[in-house]
Design a protein around this ligand. Structure first.
Ligand code: DX5
Ligand code: ZN
Length: 247
């Protein structure tokens, strides 16, 4: 395989009390990750609350590994600038969040939308453009049940698509296998449109599911539990890298 698969350990599974130690453990290792994945949850878009701009700013001070900031928040347009100012290198928001109140209400579900109005498409375009204008890379994320066809208007205006392979909100969940066909659909559409973008998969990735996801089209693998949830995160990262470098 010619493309290099990129790893993005999610610090959601690191020790918040020893975050600097855990971050440096990987970023200063002999085989550092390509990205550091930061899950921002607001307690509204998802039923959990995690890190905000001060975390991003603090992390920026201790590593040169690019920061991949995943916003799981309502009204992303109101807060984008906070994260850009704090040092996000890649900033991803959820397409579901361009519609206020689209979040899931049942336990185990997550926000989904089945179509977009013209105004919503326009708004999402504006947010992607604002991120790029600030010099960062711009990403759009979809929850597991949101049709990937809704990404069609954006292929040439984003740097990354993040497909959730769990319902967002928590680490350590099982990979949803239906994500695989979605990865392939995004890969094929990107190729058909000659769009140069990375495809990132997030949720339930370990050495086994990493292999499946890469075969299906993923370029960037987020992994929380399978790296920071292990007793030796450096070895765990290498194990995932080894599993996908054989492909
Ligand atoms: C879930 C987050 C993920 C999470 C992945 O809402 O977006 O980034 O950290 O964790 P694992 O790899 O444990 O499924
Ligand atoms: Zn994430």
């Amino acid at each position: 395989m010619s493309r290099k698969i990129q790893l993005a350990p999610s610090i959601l599974s690191a020790s918040f009390l020893n975050l600097e130690r855990d971050v440096r453990l990987l970023t200063e290792s002999a085989d550092p990750p390509e990205w550091l994945h930061i899950d921002v949850m607001d307690g509204h878009f998802v039923p959990n609350l995690t890190m905000g701009p001060p975390f991003v700013r603090a992390l920026k001070r201790i590593t040169t590994v690019p920061l991949d900031v995943h916003l799981m928040i309502d009204n992303p347009g109101e807060q984008l600038d906070w994260y850009l100012d704090a040092g996000a290198d890649l900033l991803t928001f959820h397409l579901e969040a361009v519609r206020p109140g689209a979040r899931g209400t049942q336990k185990g579900s997550s926000a989904t939308i089945k179509e977009l109005t013209e105004a919503e498409v326009e708004y999402a375009h504006t947010l992607l453009a604002r991120i790029r204008a600030a010099g960062a890379q711009a990403g759009l994320s979809l929850n597991p049940e949101t049709p990937v066809g809704l990404l069609l208007p954006f292929y040439t205006e984003m740097d990354l698509v993040l497909l959730m392979s769990v319902h967002p909100g928590f680490g350590g969940q099982s990979f949803i296998p239906e994500a695989l066909v979605r990865l392939t659909e995004v890969r094929d559409t990107a190729q058909a449109q000659s769009a140069e973008l990375l495809i990132e998969v997030d949720g339930g990735i370990d050495a086994d599911t990493a292999e499946l996801a890469v075969e299906a089209g993923a370029d960037v693998l987020v992994a929380g539990q399978a790296i920071y949830g292990q007793s030796d995160p450096v070895a765990a990262l290498q194990q995932i890298r080894a599993a996908v470098s054989q492909l």
